[in-house]
Design a protein around this ligand. Structure first.
Ligand code: SAH
Ligand code: SF4
Ligand code: F3S
Length: 428
């Protein structure tokens, strides 16, 4: 009988994709995925340490499964991901029931796990050249890692410590992986990296886009995340020109105050950022732009916060993710003076979110009466009689189910724009 593995993934798309790689490796070792941890022979937590909340959630889950070991003598527990990298063997002290600790640069070592406890967190530059098997659950849309790590050291962020230095995959390996995905019927690919636009191996990022744009069968190309300081004119032209590259960019602003941006070590000013937004909109008029915002960074005063609100009003993003600043161990911002009171952070966050909600709704309403191409992803989570798809600009559209199926690309008439999604009628 096959051995069963249960995997719980926290954090970003990079982590979700790492879980797909771990499942790919384990499938080769005779494991099958289960959604029931109590039945599993192997439990993996693929962890995230970006904010304290994510870390707390993991530790409480880890505590909860402790008793499983009493019932299942041979159960092994692995802690992978960013907390594994940061905490290393300290995790054994907090949770002696853990068997293996494997950082994101060592997932290939899943091959080697044995009976005794092990910690595998050393830097591994080869991660970019060793291609791992991947077990994808979705068969229309696929993530493809193009680069690992981050060199930016934004003062609040753990990623450069957990994911190590930037390393790009050779373009040939990426090309081969996507060609194989196309042959299997995948239509959409999302290129992944903490800073995709600083991709550099034998070619640069825009050259990579040009190369991938030629792969037959792939209809949509997306990429996340772009850093504003590395957004070149060349990339804007590539989005404009290349038919498969979707009209959407996630371009985290973080704050609308120049003083805060300096202390965040973001290396652009609001003016630099606006210049890029203006050029994007001039060259690609229907582009959607989304962003990340941090509320209550150390030293953020009322006028810095107002500057963020003003920037949100001026730019009018299609959507944002906003978070309260969370002090993270080992980062510069953790030790900065003038940490902001939690209540003030919460107030600022809710002001940011309610302003953006109105902007998003207005933007969605402005699409009423237009025709949009959508790629159908599956059934609507809230209503099984409806299907859900995405526009090229990454907006969710729901339609009556009719005879369409996952993977179909159809044109729809947008009948309603709501806060979080659009409603459409297929044009047949
Ligand atoms: N590499 C990407 C995303 C990194 S993490 C980028 O540079 O944009 C995703 C988002 O989490 C960040 O954009 C930031 O807004 C948020 N984030 C990171 N560290 C944080 C912290 N310590 N507290 C609150 N939010 C944080
Ligand atoms: Fe973190 Fe900044 Fe790197 Fe993004 S660019 S991963 S926010 S250090
Ligand atoms: Fe991703 Fe969280 Fe690590 S956001 S890179 S899993 S800290």
């Amino acid at each position: 009988m096959k051995k069963l593995v249960y995997i719980h993934t926290f954090g970003c798309q990079m982590n979700v994709h790492d879980s797909e790689k771990m499942l790919g490796i384990l499938e080769g070792k005779g494991y099958q995925e289960t959604d029931q941890p109590s039945k599993a022979d192997l439990i993996i937590f693929n962890t995230c340490s970006i904010r304290q909340k994510a870390e707390q959630k993991f530790y409480s889950e880890l505590g909860r499964i402790k008793s499983y070991k009493k019932r299942h003598k041979n159960l092994k527990i692995i802690v992978a991901g960013c907390i594994a990298q940061q905490e290393g063997k300290n995790i054994f002290k907090k949770a002696p029931h853990v068997d293996f600790i494997i950082g994101p640069q060592n997932i290939h070592n899943l091959e080697k796990i044995q009976d005794e406890k092990q910690v595998l967190i050393e830097e591994n530059a080869d991660i970019a050249i060793n291609d791992l098997p991947v077990k994808r659950n979705n068969n229309v849309s696929a993530w493809v890692t193009i680069m690992y790590g981050c060199n930016n050291y934004c003062s609040y962020c753990v990623v450069p410590y957990t994911r190590g230095r930037e390393r790009s995959r050779p373009s040939e390996n990426i090309y081969k992986e996507i060609t194989e995905l196309a042959a299997k019927g995948y239509k959409e690919i999302t290129l992944l990296g903490q800073n995709v636009n600083s991709y550099y191996s034998d070619i640069n990022f825009t050259q990579l886009l040009r190369k991938i744009n030629k792969i037959e069968g792939i209809v949509r190309i997306r990429f996340v995340t772009s850093h504003p300081k590395d957004l070149s004119e060349d990339l804007i032209y590539a989005i404009q020109e290349l038919d498969k590259v979707c009209e959407h960019i996630h371009l985290p602003l973080q704050s609308g105050s120049d003083e805060i941006l300096v202390r965040m070590n973001r290396r652009y000013s609001l003016k630099d950022y606006m210049k890029r937004v203006n050029m994007l909109r001039k060259k690609i008029p229907d582009i959607s732009i989304t962003s990340d915002i941090i509320a209550g960074f150390p030293g953020e005063n009322e006028s810095d916060h107002r500057a963020t609100l003003k920037a949100l009003k001026e730019i009018e993003f299609d959507g944002i993710f906003a978070f309260k600043f969370s002090p993270r161990p080992g980062t510069k911002a953790e030790k900065m003076d003038n940490q902001i009171d939690e209540n003030i952070k919460s107030e600022r966050l809710s002001e940011i979110l309610s302003l953006q909600d109105k902007i998003t709704e207005k933007k969605n309403k402005s699409l009423e009466g237009t025709i949009q191409e959508i790629l159908i992803e599956g059934y609507d989570e809230l209503n099984v009689n409806r299907l859900s798809g995405r526009t090229r600009t990454n907006k969710i559209v729901t339609i009556d189910a009719y005879n369409f199926k996952q993977g179909d690309i159809i044109n729809v008439f947008i009948s309603k724009g709501r806060k979080h999604s659009l409603e459409g009628n297929p044009l047949i």
